[in-house]
Design a protein around this ligand. Sequence first.
Ligand code: NDP
Length: 249
Amino acid sequence: MNQRTVVITGGNRGIGLSITEAFVKAGYSAIVGARQEAGLGCRFGDQVSFVPTDVRDELAHQKLVQRSLDQTGRLDVYVNNAGLSSWRPISEIDEEFFDEMIGTNLKGVFWGCKAAVSAMAEGGSIINISSIAGKRGSANNSAYCASKFGVNGLTQALAKEVGHRGIRVNAVCPVLIPTEGLIHALKSPYGPAKGDPEAFISKFAVDNAALKRLPTGSEVAAMCVFLASEGASAITGQCINIDCGVFPQ
Ligand code: NDP
């Protein structure tokens, strides 16, 4: 009881797994919500609890919060990381595609924020994993961009709403990180990779990044741990790019 506690949606793989690792390393008790357990128990033992979760379901977030309170009596950090990426021209977007994208990336984050603020005390920190696509548009990416612009708007508005309670709300905006989900999405004929995700990513880094490389999941995770820390106590309502200088602002 009383150990600092973080809930991480989609903390079982990709960027989310790096976030789980970083918070465990920082001494947190972690609760991961996703649809599949994906070997978390073998990897972390009892430092990480898994709760089957579909982020589109409001009740699922309430269960994650309740698990946190039952386990340690507190909820310090809520990371809304679970998300879905898929390129498609607007002429090919139907209601099913749109609902899945917005339901996962925007509604899922919204319910996570709502559940988190219901239980957080002063000092609480909500971190939404957005994207550079929440700052600028790109072709065949309208639904994803709309969802991530929405996450950034939600982040700014909620920071203003709950700041008087000492709760901070920030977003982290990564650029391309070659996770399973990104590589799968880039294989789409509608994506920018033209059938070769690895070659596209390498060229994108050289052509666009000031540092001539792209960030790692661990670098995104390090920003999340910082945003949750006392060192970030004056930072709220920000949408911070982790992009090796692709889109300086
Ligand atoms: P992955 O596709 O590799 O992983 C997606 C994660 O989200 C998995 O943990 C998955 O777990 C979970 N998830 C997806 N849908 C649901 C759902 N309905 N309910 C619960 N969990 C769900 O993605 P990344 O690691 O690449 O991306 C993580 C976040 O970072 C996303 O929000 C993404 O938009 C964002 N991002 C990624 C970038 C990249 O280049 N990789 C760049 C910018 C932002 P499970 O399937 O078990 O449910």
